[in-house]
Design a binder for this molecule. Sequence first.
Ligand code: NZQ
Ligand code: ZN
Length: 383
Amino acid sequence: MENFTFFNPTKIEFGTGKEQLIGQILAGHGIKNVLLCYGSDRIKRDGLFATVSNSLNERGVRYVECGGIVSNPVLSKVREAIALARTHQVDAVLSVGGGSVLDSSKAIAAGALYAGDVWDLFIGKGRIEAALPVFDILTLAATGSEMNNGAVVTNEQTKEKFAISSVHTFPKVSIVNPALMQTVPRDYLVYSAADIIAHAIEGYFTATEQPRFHSRMVEAIINTVIETTETLLENPQDYHARAEFAWASTQALNGLIYAGTAGFSYPNHMIEHSLSALFNVPHGAGLSVVIPAWMKWYHNRNPQQFQRFAQHVFGVDTAEQGIAALEAWFDKIGTPTRLSQLGIREADLPKTIENILGNAQWFGIAEIYTRDVVTAILNHARQ
Ligand code: NZQ
Ligand code: ZN
């Protein structure tokens, strides 16, 4: 195992009814005026907004609303919200929603305290020296954003989907109530399953140092996701399945399964972020197309680990059978496995490849992911 520093300052409040604590939690942190970020008016229709607003009112925490954050969140909205945060001099950001609202909230929190344009922070032109404290009530489990310091935003002008991360952008407190996730639509449930699996396997397959304990944690996450997704497809109200799915999701990208590993990269995310940036496909739907294609191209580079995956996750013998089993499972639960299912046509491929090559630079793996390699991977996702 490699030397490592593991640091994760986020406090998790997990379980039913925890969202009622939000006023108390903010007041306890000395917050008086918060930017309340959310997506659609869904949270107004289902009562969550009223719960949050009552809880804030009870503790004398004022709020300024910032609704309308879309899935695959965009830079223009982040800029607009930063202006709002400054005008109202908020002292924290509260996210109520999924990863898109939370990622935007982190970018808003960092951008509000940065003198230049927030996009500088995404392209390395500026550094995050401080951020407003971020709190969240998570309504969809997939990204792990509730316990990590990453935030992914698309610049609609340049079609770049890039990320920030810094010690200042971990949420202070994340409220994870699986019962709030019971309304997640079927399609987002299966996309989320693909996203969690992606977070678990990127390091598992690419790390040059991958201890067995870490491999076992990854396999536990994936086995749990497979089991609970199947349960939830049959019964979306199953609280215990929802809870295990949510906690597995948090564990997949909070740093735990990566601490002590080395040499890993995120090629599936590198490719997928281009699909989302160009065609606005849901992140997990893009990943379920990319993962089997990437695996078919990559597996000979790490045959033992692919055989391990086949045996420990699907109970089959060979690397090829393991890849086929994962692809078949994606097909079975109804998340796409072909570019055409995402509405991406042959004519779209050149600009897609160009965008991926830009991402490869950003991810620092351009030497491996050349034009020929990216073309070969996408070929596996064609028909
Ligand atoms: O606008 P609302 O009403 O919130 O609708 C959302 C949205 O339409 C809906 N939804 C969320 N909770 C719901 C619900 N609908 C009914 N009931 C509920 N309880 O679901 C839709 C998708 O939400 P979104 O937040 O976009 O999904 P997700 O959490 O998967 O976030 C995706 C974004 O996170 C980024 C992705 O690239 C993408 O932009 N990622 C962030 C990461 C991170 N911060 O660490 C890592 C990931 O790899 C990923 O890149
Ligand atoms: Zn992801």
